[in-house]
Ligand binder design. Structure first.
Ligand code: 3H9
Length: 653
């Protein structure tokens, strides 16, 4: 890439030169004796071909430029590169590959410094690892989360990270996709310095110091002292203790093997093996499923009519009314998500008790380390306000009712609140089973009413369903979607129907499991088959887990007690006193297990297809992520519809 006319980069420039483009996403500039390389590929500076080629050319140019004594690589916008461009994964790699770019950075004879802000993830962190020094903003986060996408770091991450932070820490970071904050990164030796603000200015100061001290270049490939594992069995032990969700994950096992190579093989040989594992993982159905889930989760935030920024202001005010069990966890999660919460109860005593329960919950979370500092805890508690005046709710962007889940109580509270809330306030009803259309009918502002269905247990399950009644406005639905983001949950927007997305497809799945049971297959076998497939619980275990009453209600639906729900209860009575007959581990013939899995999942997939055909959800992937995040479906199989399309079985039911 040619540089600007006359004053080629690398000649002495008196004043900061304008930036020179090396590709559509990489520009460079010389400031005094320092060469800056800017990566500018919004939104997350993903390392697409133009970034790799621009970066490679800029490094080459600065390496040869006599006036440049140090090079700083920095991201524009919100972040240092957050990884390879996942959209390029299915295609042949266009040169230069990231690995080659990193090798050229590492081989540069001038100090190359990574200045990190935002999220230095995957290939982004691998660039930083190839640099000779790293400085980071205190708010930065760093990690190698490739295993979450079904691959392993493929540009030296598995070889360089262990050399920098040690085998055990690297295993945790790579195999479990653990993200480190800047303070921990500093403590582990992953970064050389952290700064509170003005990364640009601090990076210049850091570079000048390196130049002035004549500091030797630190090539991570040459570091050896942290490579000795604590004990020889460390890798096997780590693998056998992987969390359940990572068992049977090809990428996790290959990541462990690759880190093991870092300790056992010369650097370049380890790098070559790393590349082999990446190709093996990329070709696996697991990585296709995990990448599908990644994009499906992001797509779920957008629906036809979505209004970005609906949750106005940095600290939106959210009202909570009603006395259901969801009140405390929901209020605490909203406060942690940066909302102000206005708790409403006409009874002063109840209000004070509810407020204390929320503060206690925040303190408990703080003592478990889930809230970063005392100061943060204080700011969350200060954002909790209480009122016994319903009229105060009119200032809220959203009011969420958390009454017990009966039509009479929901209709009563939504009716009463609708007389108080502002014209644009979203009025959110939390229901698992009721018709949001019927609840909205009790409201004076039906357009403002939208449903939210949290999965059990609400505080830990990542999924939430946003249920639009016939008259729900785009604004109300958009506010609910943005609240989900604050709650760190994945929303799926659906229209109102019996069971919404999750319970309706779950019903089909459970009915099939009951049918198999009636054909004489023991419950323990059915549970084992689906657990071995990767479900968090077998179908009957799930019924026990959520409670048989709720399971029966899911099976019966809005029409009330019916044949299948009653069957479930009868079967339970015939079983052990604690639930369905013996769930203990059991081995069954593979062919039977495969048939059980196929029948149950195809039943769910067929119902999912009907949901799409009826326009309850707008895309098939919405149903899949409800299963992955709400119903314990193994992420690396993508969800029942994705799984069904990947297997030879057809979904013609
Ligand atoms: C890798 O690096 C392999 C290497 O070892 C090299 C091998 C040779 N690519 O999540 P958001 C899009 S593997 C393409 O809503 P946030 C995303 O789809 C990679 N696109 O924002 C969305 O698009 P849209 C390792 C990407 O602020 C938009 O950016 N890295 C990528 O909540 C905003 O995303 C990772 O696994 C990407 N890599 O969270 C990190 N990343 O607006 C994956 C994001 O059209 N990314 N997009 O829907 C993340 O974890 C989050 O996106 C991040 C930002 C934390 C960065």
């Amino acid at each position: 890439m040619p540089v600007s006319e006359g004053t080629a980069l690398g000649t002495q420039l008196a004043a900061p030169a304008p930036e020179t483009s090396f590709s559509s996403t990489v520009a460079a500039r010389i400031d005094a004796n320092i060469g800056f390389i800017y990566i500018d590929n919004p939104p997350v500076n993903a390392l697409s071909h133009s970034v790799r080629s621009g970066l490679s050319a800029a490094v080459r140019t600065f390496s040869d430029a006599p006036g440049v004594q140090a090079i700083i690589v920095i991201g524009k916008g919100q972040t240092f590169p957050a990884g390879a461009d996942i959209r390029e994964f299915g295609r042949p790699i266009e040169e230069p590959a990231l690995n080659a770019v990193n090798l050229s950075i590492e081989a540069c004879r001038k100090p190359v410094i990574a200045a990190i802000h935002g999220t230095a993830l995957g290939g982004g962190l691998e660039i930083a690892l190839a640099c000779h020094f790293r400085i980071a903003l205190a708010s930065a986060r760093l990690g190698l989360p490739e295993v979450k996408l079904g691959v392993i770091p493929g540009a030296g991450g598995t070889q360089r990270l262990p050399r920098l932070i040690g085998i055990e820490q690297a295993l945790r970071a790579i195999a479990t996709s653990r993200i480190l904050d800047a303070a921990e990164a500093l403590q582990l030796g992953l970064v050389d310095a952290i700064v509170a603000d003005d990364l640009h200015a601090h990076a210049i100061r850091f570079a000048q110091q390196v130049i002035a001290e004549g500091r030797p270049l630190r090539l991570v490939r040459d570091l050896q002292d942290k490579l000795a594992p604590a004990s020889a069995g460390v890798f096997d032990e780590f693998e056998s203790n992987l969390p359940a969700r990572l068992r049977n994950r090809l990428a996790a096992t290959r990541a462990i093997r690759s880190v093991r190579n870092a300790a056992a093989l010369p650097f370049d040989e380890g790098l070559r093996k790393e590349r082999e594992y990446v190709e093996e993982c990329k070709a696996s159905p697991q990585s296709a499923a995990l990448q599908y889930v990644f994009f499906a989760e992001r797509a779920a935030f957008k629906f036809d009519g979505y209004i970005a920024g609906a949750l106005a202001g940095p600290e939106p005010l959210v009202g909570i009314a009603g006395a259901g069990a969801l009140r405390t966890p929901l209020a605490a999660a909203l406060l942690i998500g940066g909302c102000r919460v206005l708790l409403f109860d006409q009874n002063a005593r109840a209000l004070s008790d509810a407020s204390s329960a929320i503060v206690e919950r925040l303190e408990r979370l703080s003592s478990k380390g889930r809230i970063a500092s005392r100061q943060e805890l204080q700011s969350f508690t200060a954002a909790l306000e209480v009122t016994s005046e319903a009229a105060s709710l009119r200032h809220c962007t959203a009011v969420i009712e958390v009454e017990p889940d009966t039509l009479s109580s929901k209709s009563a509270i939504v009716g009463a609140l609708s007389a108080q809330v502002g014209e644009k306030t979203a009025l959110i009803t939390t229901t698992a089973l009721l018709s949001v259309d019927e609840i909205a009918a009790a409201s004076r502002r039906p357009a403002n009413v939208v449903g939210m269905h949290f999965f059990i247990p609400a505080s830990t399950m990542r999924q939430v369903e946003i249920v639009r009644a016939d008259r729900s406005s785009n604004l109300a639905a958009s506010i609910a979607v943005e609240l989900s983001r604050r709650l760190e949950k994945i929303p799926v927007v659906s229209r109102d129907c019996d069971g919404f997305v999750g319970d309706r497809t779950l019903r089909a799945y459970l009915k099939e499991a009951i049918a198999i049971l009636e054909e004489g297959v023991p419950a323990a076998h059915i549970d084992a088959a689906l657990r071995d497939f990767g479900m968090a619980h077998g179908p009957f275990e799930l019924c026990d887990f959520i409670g048989l009453d709720l399971a029966q209600r899911i099976l019966d639906g809005r029409s009330g007690p019916g044949e299948t729900g009653t069957k479930l209860i009868d079967l339970q009575r015939a079983g052990t006193p604690n639930g369905m007959p013996a769930h203990a581990g059991t081995s069954i013939p593979k062919i039977l297990a495969a048939a059980i899995v196929e029948r149950c999942l195809l039943a769910a997939a067929a119902e999912a297809k009907r949901l799409v055909a009826e326009g309850i959800v707008s895309r098939p992937s919405d149903v899949d992520i409800v299963w992955v995040n709400g119903l314990g479906f193994p992420e690396h199989c993508g969800g029942p519809l994705f799984w069904a399309t990947q297997t030879t079985a057809s979904v013609q039911r």
